[in-house]
Write a new protein. Structure first.
Length: 714
């Protein structure tokens, strides 16, 4: 079958001209990494042109579909933009499809001269292959690299949007929710399609639309019809929709006297509700549930377990192929156990008790998306349960959309952590991808950083975190360097100065944020409410507030030293890990310094590897963070004449803010900890700009993404 691409040549000329004008004038970042600007003439472009006069889309059926149309459109736009010509695109029925392509992967192969075949078992694999071809050209790969077979290592690769129905995004820093509930289903913003394109270009295949603190109305018919409209836009791109479910829905929506998961009327209610959802969205992915956590209702309200709660929904969903993602982010108001141990205590004993279509979704660390934490011990504790990892793409604790923190190194650190569960090398990634325990259902989720800002993510460079999550969700063996290199080439340029400078900035940025905010294993010392900026002194008070919402619970600063005591003579959280790790982390002398104050209460005079006392090391580490971000700022400034003025000026201004914030972090934390250490700042640390009272008086109000107005007192 020969198909005429739906994009005419005149459009391509106009698009090329528009791209040129936009580069000359500036760039608002809307196109993300799918820019497709014209390549300069040269041998590589000639080589591409020689391979691509004809592209065959090969599937077992050879029939056309909306997904293949999306692939053709993308190829036409992309190749038209990059190379300035339109290949002849045909669809063919083939049987020689590589088996390694699996359900959603693809094979790319140059066959007879001038022909490239994109083959896949399913149409969505062809779409992924089309994006892979475009990426190869955008990143200037030699044509030999076109011949490849690729398949995702994790089955469900989902963005979780913490979006409310009124447009507020919890911990969202890039504007309002993308979903325009008030005008759906009648008006479908064209941006939904661009969202789906961006996700599909990375191989993401799920969008969970609503906040984990679940807005219950989304499950009513008036909203399900809107959900269905979004699902219709996403479907050709291989993106299924998921929703959050509130555990009390049978009571609140169904009018039942109870939400007890073992009550027959409740069981029947969930079945009927799920059946109803599937009438609106036949390929609905499933439900994400935050239950018995932070005030959310859950099975424990009825003396039932997390497994009882998850299974009632799972049974309702199983008949339709849907899944439950049951979150392990739980801690109990009544528990006196160290908060970082509570999820392990609640879930470990439930191993093997969840249905096959349930995944327990676990944050990368046991606390809460800190700039650095050890991996969550549950990854090494539940062999008979499907375990998903939840990463946070939005920068709740890493400077929101104001500060640069490229998160691939954080994601990799979590994924590559060795649990030792089935011997050395049993990494979190291998648990999550199912390969260790041969689990069939595998899930990776990322809390999205998208919003209505024109550039989608608020900070132009924060687009790299959406990109990094998606690429790692497809293939967790990619390195942070590879991903930074790809993203920079696609989003900025492959010109060596630009490429070298931006990738260097990206790769250093996460550790820089750690250094100036929470070095040496410090955690949870940020301002209350907004979670932006320093607040090690905050005591959170009021009804419902808890000791473990206040930073002193975690840093434990006193006259003797600093840090949480989690070794055997403290809360013993090391006992939740494999003996190898307990031995390593439990000993102050062998514990890696980047987790020292996570696991140990360390004397101010403790001699660090550098030979310096811990107090001096801490001060110098804060100073180092400030120095590093100033260095990053200089690197960016050097690009003034190399990239478009609009993105240049935006990032430049944000980096100026970031440097000021880094100084605030350093000064506020050191002045505060100094009230305990009673030691002078060592040589090399700049004197603080203000006194401690000044920093303590800073109150951040109306910070984007912050639920409610915090009540913080000293
Ligand atoms: C915390 C956030 C809060 C979320 C919660 C969660 O501060 O807004 O609701 O995690 O993941 O990090 O449920």
């Amino acid at each position: 079958m020969i198909l005429t691409p739906r994009i005419p040549a005149l459009f391509l000329c106009v698009a090329g001209l528009a791209a040129w004008i936009s580069t000359a004038r500036g760039d608002d970042g809307y196109r993300l990494w799918l820019r497709y600007d014209q390549m300069a003439a040269g041998p590589l472009k000639t080589a591409y042109a020689a391979v691509l006069p004809r592209i065959v889309l090969a599937t077992p059926t050879g029939s056309d579909s909306a997904t293949l149309a999306a692939a053709r459109d993308e190829l036409a736009t992309g190749l038209g933009g990059l190379l300035g010509f339109m290949p002849r695109i045909t669809i063919e029925k083939r049987t020689d499809i590589p088996s390694a392509a699996g359900e959603e992967g693809y094979g790319l192969k140059r066959t007879e001269p001038g022909t490239l075949v994109i083959s896949a078992w399913q149409d969505v694999g062809v779409l992924h292959g089309a994006f892979a071809l475009l990426r190869a050209i955008q990143t200037r790969q030699p044509v030999e690299q076109f011949d490849t077979v690729s398949a995702p290592k994790i089955q469900r690769r989902i963005l979780d949007h913490w979006d409310e129905l009124d447009g507020f995004v919890e911990r969202g820093y890039a504007g309002r929710s993308l979903w325009e509930w008030s005008v759906l289903p009648d008006y479908k913003n064209p941006r939904y399609r661009d969202y789906a394109r961006a996700c599909a270009s990375l191989g993401l295949n799920g969008a969970e639309l609503t906040n984990v603190n679940a807005p219950i109305l989304v499950m009513t018919p008036g909203y399900l019809v809107k959900v269905a409209a979004l699902a219709d836009v996403f479907r050709p791109y291989g993106i299924r929709v998921y929703l959050t479910a509130k555990f009390s829905a049978p009571k609140e929506l169904g009018g039942l006297p109870t939400a007890d998961p073992l009550d027959p009327a409740v069981i029947a209610w969930w079945k009927a509700k799920v059946d109803e959802i599937y009438r609106y969205v036949p390929d609905f992915g499933g439900l994400l549930v935050k239950a018995s956590s932070e005030g959310q209702p859950g099975p424990q309200d009825y003396g039932r377990t997390h497994a009882d709660g998850a299974n009632v929904m799972a049974d309702a969903l199983a008949r339709h192929g849907g899944i439950v993602m049951w979150r392990a982010f739980v801690y109990q108001p009544s528990s006196t156990l160290d908060r970082v141990r509570q999820a392990a205590a609640e879930f470990k004993g439930l191993d093997g008790k969840f249905r096959d279509n349930v995944v327990v979704q676990i944050k990368n660390g046991p606390l809460d998306f800190m700039p650095r934490e050890p991996f969550h011990p549950l990854f090494g504790s539940m062999p008979k349960t499907n375990l998903a990892i939840e990463l946070q793409i939005t920068q709740e604790y890493l400077g929101a959309s104001i500060e640069l923190a490229y998160l691939a190194p954080l994601f990799k650190e979590a994924l590559e952590s060795d649990t030792y569960r089935a011997g050395p090398g049993t990494t979190v990634a291998h648990i999550v991808d199912g390969s260790v325990d041969h689990h069939k259902l595998t899930v990776i989720a990322g809390v999205a950083n998208t919003g209505t800002d024109r550039d989608w993510t608020g900070h132009p460079l924060a687009q790299s975190n959406w990109y990094a999550f998606g690429r790692l969700a497809w293939d967790h063996t990619l390195t942070s360097e590879q991903i930074a290199d790809e993203w920079t080439k696609m989003t900025y340029s492959d010109e060596p100065k630009v490429l070298g400078t931006i990738t260097k900035m990206l790769l250093a940025s996460r550790e820089t944020v750690v250094d100036y905010s929470m070095p040496l294993g410090l955690h949870h010392i940020m301002a209350e409410g907004s979670h932006y900026g320093p607040g090690p002194w905050s005591i959170v008070q009021g009804p419902g507030f808890r000791a473990d919402w206040s930073p002193p619970y975690y840093h434990q600063a006193d006259a003797a030293g600093l840090g949480a005591s989690r070794s055997a003579d403290g809360s013993n959280s090391i006992a939740d890990y494999a003996p190898e790790l307990a031995a390593l982390w439990g000993n102050v002398d062998t514990c890696p310094e980047n987790l020292l104050l996570w696991f140990h209460h360390v004397s101010w005079d403790y001699k660090m590897k550098s030979g310096r006392p811990m107090w001096d090391e801490l001060c110098l580490r804060y100073q180092q963070g400030v120095d590093e971000i100033r260095g990053i700022q200089k690197q960016w400034d050097s690009l003034e004449h190399d990239i478009d003025p609009e993105r240049f000026a935006h990032v430049q201004a944000l980096l100026r803010l970031q440097v000021a914030n880094a100084c605030n972090w350093r000064d506020a934390c050191l002045l505060y900890f100094q009230t305990f250490s009673k030691r002078p700042l060592p040589a090399g640390v700049e004197p603080p700009a203000h006194d401690l009272a000044y920093y303590e008086a800073v109150k951040i109000r109306y910070f984007p993404g912050t639920p409610g107005d915090p009540k913080v007192t000293r």
